[in-house]
Design a protein around this ligand. Structure first.
Ligand SMILES: [Ca+2]
Ligand SMILES: [Ca+2]
Length: 155
């Protein structure tokens, strides 16, 4: 499914508008290979240092809370695994409380995919506004066949 949404308002100062109480907000965020601190031998991952991991959590928390304004559902790409995404959820929730913002109570959802680097897609869901009935991964083992045609003429 592909949603192409255009905001009714212009974006100001590079951040999303605050949602009204009768509005539902959805966003997507590519986390750009957000790995954990463990080198997993079965995948081609990168083990971040603890400092790098904490720095990435801090920056992501600031972005989600202050730029995206804690959307009701946040689709994420390129996160290594569920524990990493749970760490993201916990960090955002705790930072919101510490900053006097309302706690989004984000819950993390992620199903392992097939990427050789171990990165996956997942969701952060604001449990105070959204009830998750089920999470299902579709097409994980499905193979895609592409036939390429050469546009070069033989000489
Ligand atoms: Ca890892
Ligand atoms: Ca993974």
């Amino acid at each position: 499914m592909l949603l192409h949404l255009r905001p009714r308002w212009g974006l100001r100062s590079g951040s999303c508008p605050e949602a009204e109480s009768n509005q539902f907000t959805v966003a997507s965020f590519n986390l750009e290979r957000f790995y954990d601190t463990t080198n997993d031998p079965n995948i081609s991952d990168v083990a971040l240092t603890s400092t790098a991991f904490v720095n990435r959590l801090n920056k992501l928390s600031l972005s989600v809370r202050n730029v995206l304004k804690c959307p009701d559902i946040l689709g994420v790409e390129e996160v290594e695994n569920l524990p990493t995404l749970q760490a993201v959820a916990t960090k955002i929730n705790n930072d919101a409380i510490a900053s006097g913002q309302s706690n989004p109570n984000y819950q993390a959802y992620l199903a392992e995919g097939n990427d050789v680097g171990g990165i996956d897609v997942g969701f952060l869901v604001k449990t105070s506004r959204v009830v998750v009935a089920d999470v299902t991964q579709v097409g994980r083992m499905r193979r895609m066949s592409i036939q390429l045609q050469s546009t070069r003429r033989s000489e």
